[in-house]
Ligand binder design. Sequence first.
Ligand SMILES: [Zn+2]
Length: 111
Amino acid sequence: MSAVPVYRWRLAPEGLATFRQLRALGLRPAGQPVVAQLERPRRRRGPLVAFLYRIDLARPVRPMTPARWAALERANAARRVCPECGRDAGYRIPASLGTCSPCAYPEAAAA
Ligand SMILES: [Zn+2]
């Protein structure tokens, strides 16, 4: 493993952030390698080290996973059920109608 550049505390180059700084932005390193590190000297101990990541390679903290897609699908499925007749309309019921189209337009459905 090659050495990464070391910067003094508070002198990190533009575009780099520590893990905690990324978190504050709602981001995570997303598997990218550490590109640099910060060192803060401490008396009688080794320096305090913080790893730096590139902000432009960071990703949002909560990516869509299969479980999250499934949860979204269930939420959408709930919106397909007509509150009037209780049937699955097969599409997302528009908030403007509030019911499936046979309920919203009974005369059209009967015709
Ligand atoms: Zn209906």
